[in-house]
Design a protein around this ligand. Sequence first.
Ligand code: SGN
Ligand code: CA
Length: 548
Amino acid sequence: MQWNDNEKILTGLVAWIALSGCTHRNGTPMAKDGKPLNILYIMCDDHSYQTISAYDQRFIHTPNIDRIGNEGVRFTQSFVANSLSGPSRACMLTGKHSHANGFTDNTTTFDGSQQTFPKLLQQAGYETAMIGKWHLVSEPTGFDYWDILVGQGMYYNPDFICNGKKVQREGYATNITTDLALDWLDNKRNPEKPFCLLLHHKAPHRTWMPDSCDLDLFSDQEFPLPDTFWDDYENRPAAAAQEMHILQDMDLVYDLKLADPEKEIHSGYLENWGRQMYTDLLHPDQRAAWNKHYGPVIEAFKDSFLREPLDEQAEEMSAANGRMKANPKRLAQWKYNQYMRDYLRVITSIDRNVGRVLDYLEAHDLLENTLVVYTSDQGFYMGEHGWFDKRFMYEESFRTPLLMRLPGGKKGDVDQLVQNIDYAPTFLELAGVPIPEDIQGESLLPLMKSHTNRHDREVIGHWRDGLYYHFYEYPAEHAVRRHYGVRDNRYKLIHFYQDIDSWELYDLETDPQELHNIYGHPGTEEVTERMMSLLRDLEKEYDAPIKD
Ligand code: SGN
Ligand code: CA
């Protein structure tokens, strides 16, 4: 029997539906019951792509987070628009750059009356919830249920605001936030409606406090300093002026937990800058586990830095190091290891809790009806250039991890340049909601369809060839100057401004670590002109503030 074309298409479609377990309407994947897919958006605070094994296998194995990418897509060129918590969250909710959504730095209050994707999904019949770190000051709008940490949120026994009412909850923030999400999925939502759940962990934000059960992990591991740790910032005045250096600015007591009962280790953060220890909130059992772990660490630190005869190379250190005298190389190595160990312990708990959520979805027949997203509000320095924190448009903090598991969607890498302003239009398109004209991002769905590959221009259509970035929080902690810039697939142009006027240009192909600022170098005229014109084009497209 000869099949005609329609029969072939129909049979293929039926086979494909059976395989993928999901249906399509006008090319948009749907749940098995014909409803729009649910959306589960998991975002951690300050989770570097370097510490997700789907991206980098040097430090930690994160099987549960990786699973999202292994069964879906891994975005290899994923970036934020403004590398700071509140601004990043505002970009994500609105699909617009900071100047357009009004939330430019962490001192801003989010205008919750503006258009956001949760509101549009809610109007389209989705049940929406926001659980965990919110950090936008005003109360969440567009959610049927919200249960948010107060401000940055505490690691232990944190305060939440649940639909307007303050409650303190006992335990460790990452576990509690997950419990709340699972409880909402199980008992609180309307199962007749598709859902959109934003699950935002406070971890692994500073001061990287591990859960009691993870305190002893990584203790035996030594982490060599990154190649760029002793960067001299030549030709990069803004990089030289920052205050986020592990050796100079990371506090021995406040950040690295060396609160010795004898108070022999001093802290600039506590003594000079009036900071409160985050350990103040620990309950007796939590404190006992804490002291059991950090007690011997404190003793070992004292043995090698306070009780040993002074090293010939010892210098007086900064206030963050209690002005003690130490060999800078030895102290930097010690601080870096302590930082890495605590950070990785915190990630272990995140990964375990991501696993709990995936298991729940699977057990409740939701995994094949839900788009699962894993990302962070920005990247983070794991000692590159000597730093912790973020803010800069340099790769480690401009990039952010992004994994998406779309039922019936593509598996593998997506290499196009994407940004966190793209999430809102992606979710709207998935829900079949028209994308409003004023949204500045692009839907990522075409990049995730099962049959697309990176060269498939026909399906993807035109994709952007440059990204715009703008960071505004200065003067502020860490002293990173205001700057804006553009990046294409190979070059990056940045202008630092306000009390500094400095341009930087990098060739990421020959200088991926961004150590050589080639702005103004002979031979770079053409590429500078091209990047300047990309900058002007994007400023125009986004109606961005022009600074010269
Ligand atoms: C706090 C941190 C800073 C961090 C900002 C912004 N200091 O102020 O180190 O850069 O948050 O982070 S702390 O001593 O309070 O931990 S953000 O991710 O929320 O934007
Ligand atoms: Ca953050």
